[in-house]
Design a protein around this ligand. Structure first.
Ligand SMILES: Cc1cc2nc3c(=O)[nH]c(=O)nc-3n(C[C@H](O)[C@H](O)[C@H](O)COP(=O)(O)OP(=O)(O)OC[C@H]3O[C@@H](n4cnc5c(N)ncnc54)[C@H](O)[C@@H]3O)c2cc1C
Length: 292
């Protein structure tokens, strides 16, 4: 069996190689990082800068030339786009957000985490898109891999005119052990300082529901948790004034312990938490801070 692995993010690439090694067979990589050669059997190493377009044409060519059985692609925003385009070109199916993989197909959560979908590939090569942090990174170096330099073509449909670094905060909710998350139960932006104080006491970071980041723009996007935001798996997740709609739950269901504070005892979050406090965040948070 041959597995072709690609991600533009190193960590995710190593996770993808880990998946491929577990599946067995030959591990072939497409990467702009030369030193990952030590983890794979064959590395296709493109000249020039990375672009989605180049990744798509390289993956298509390698998949066809090598007659690979599976592709494992890191599920970043770019990776998802690349996977979709490659699947379309190869006329095969892809399993996005795969949580388990086998040579014939894999599983993923559906309907915001309510069902487990078991999917089978109809034809080769099957394409897996793996979420960040779900699988173990490869640890063992294989040592004697082959390096193949390539010059993939961009399809020329998109021309990069200028690149600007996006403004980012320092928070990485995906790797946090403790997350204190704020929802629309907060009346104004300044009140988030209460949650920040609680997070500081607990040694955690701040997360939020979609409206707080996308509509109110009180916090940058990297705090946004849920189906269309980041998927998190902390040891402790504290939801403050978050109703617990299915799209939010989809992003937090791998948390070890979920604590919810909401003044509405009927709020759906109470069906999805380990500990629930029916109360006003403006009363409960100061009490928590005081007692910590
Ligand atoms: C395609 C799609 C994708 C989506 N993706 C996401 C996503 O990734 N992440 C996400 O979060 N949402 C997502 N949503 C939106 C989601 O459906 C909800 O609208 C959103 O999660 C609600 O955010 P919220 O809980 O902060 O606000 P609300 O639903 O308005 O809930 C606010 C809660 O605060 C409580 N409250 C109010 N005042 C207080 C107080 N003083 N003390 C205690 N509790 C109080 C209320 O009882 C209420 O339960 C998505 C929706 C769609 C359609």
């Amino acid at each position: 069996m041959k597995v072709l692995v690609h991600s533009e993010k190193r960590d995710l690439l190593l996770e993808g190689i880990g998946v491929a090694r577990e599946l067995g067979g030959e591990v072939i990589c497409l990467s702009w990082e030369e030193d990952v050669l030590k983890y794979c059997d064959r590395l296709y190493y493109p000249k020039g800068d990375y672009s989605e377009s180049k990744a798509v044409s390289a993956l298509e060519e390698i998949a066809k030339g090598e007659e690979v059985d599976l592709l494992v692609i890191g599920g970043t925003k770019r990776g998802k786009e690349v996977a979709a385009r490659v699947s379309q070109r190869l006329e095969v199916g892809s399993i996005t957000d795969a949580i388990s993989v086998s040579k014939d197909g894999g599983d993923r959560m559906g309907y915001g985490g309510r069902v487990l979908e078991r999917l089978k590939f109809k034809r080769k090569p099957g394409v897996f898109v793996i979420p960040p942090g779900k699988f173990e990174k490869v640890k063992k170096e294989s040592g004697d891999g082959e390096l193949i330099e390539i010059s993939p073509k961009s399809d020329g449909k998109i021309k990069v005119i200028e690149k600007k670094e996006k403004e980012r905060g320092k928070v990485n909710v995906e790797e946090a052990d403790i997350i204190v998350s704020v929802g629309r139960g907060f009346k104004k932006k300044e009140d988030i300082s209460m949650a920040e104080e609680l997070a500081k006491k607990l040694g955690g970071v701040i997360g939020c529901s979609r409206p707080v980041a996308a509509d109110l723009r009180w916090l940058p996007e990297e705090h946004w948790i849920g189906l269309s935001g980041r998927k998190v798996r902390p040891k402790l997740y504290i939801a403050l004034g978050i109703s617990g709609q299915i799209q939010h739950i989809a992003g937090i269901m791998d948390s070890k312990i979920i604590v919810a504070i909401n003044k509405d005892e009927e709020a759906p979050i109470f069906k999805n938490c380990d500990y629930g406090i029916v109360g006003d965040i403006y009363e409960v948070i100061p009490l928590m801070i005081k007692n910590l």
